[in-house]
Write a protein that binds this ligand. Sequence first.
Ligand code: NAI
Length: 319
Amino acid sequence: MASPRDGGVVILGSGLIGQSWAMLFASGGFKVKLCDIEQQQITNALENIRKEMELLEQSGALKGSLGAQEQLSLISGCSDMQKAVEGAIHIQECVPENLELKKKIFVQLDPVIDDKVVISSSSSCLLPSKLFAGLTHVKQCIVAHPVNPPYYVPLVELVPHPETDPSTVDRTHALMKKIGQTPIRIQKEIDGFALNRIQYAIISEAWRLVDEGVVSPSDLDLVMSDGLGMRYAFVGPLETMHLNAEGMLSYCDRYSESMRHVLKTFGPIPEFSGATVQKVNQAMCEKVPDDPQHLAARRKWRDQCLLRLYKLKREMPSE
Ligand code: NAI
């Protein structure tokens, strides 16, 4: 757990992702300053965090070794970004996904930060070479992309700028581990990083199968939720290959030809428009009507499932 001499963390943007980061850093014992341009948003964010932490504590799912009240006392709101970053060890930017807005913030920070603090962006898909271009402190800049909801899904993709110092990557990796997340290193920048590239490959083939009338939208989702997804929560696709034969070499020997045969039949990138959108939308709305109440209730259920899965993963011995 962090001690006061470890220094504090600043979160820029107190929306959905900023609030989750604030809770995660507080669970690791770090002092957190939560900044936003909207004063009312800071007030709302602090209230959401308080309610969420109290519920988590009641259900025995609060992360870290401190109680909810102790964690809450580590988080404070702040509207003066430049003042907030004084003496911070880590700045986690969580403003909306807009390149110009993010760049403007980094350009404002560049002259006021010291040579040690890490500037980390939560961006889902903006490349570090675009986000941090021309900054004096580019060696201290990195993307740390979380997965929604970050409190229950621990993966964080670390994506350096080509000029990011290796020590920045190492420090961010260590910090993420300290707050209970699972950092991975993306060794060179690429559109979509790793998670979204894999996610989009899955969405693409799912769409084509529905589009071509091979499977209904609701059955397609079961392929993942009651099929592949069950094992992928514990064992990744490469280890699955290793286990589904007598090791990886045996798997490639046995199945590479049939895999290549199937892969050659994959169609082009879908347009995600026209009659297939209507078909998929109708099936989804029959299951979860797309009004705010039903969507919020289903998200809450999803988060409860992820919370239980997170607990199960922690309880299971690693072998
Ligand atoms: P959001 O819209 O919920 O929150 C953004 C917050 O930033 C708002 O409170 C807004 O008032 C504040 N803000 C706007 N301009 C600001 C400024 N100049 N200074 C300080 N605060 C400012 O956005 P969300 O969903 O939290 O996303 C934040 C980042 O995290 C984006 O880059 C997004 O791509 C990334 N991300 C989002 C995920 C998601 O599922 N929502 C998942 C992973 C990453």
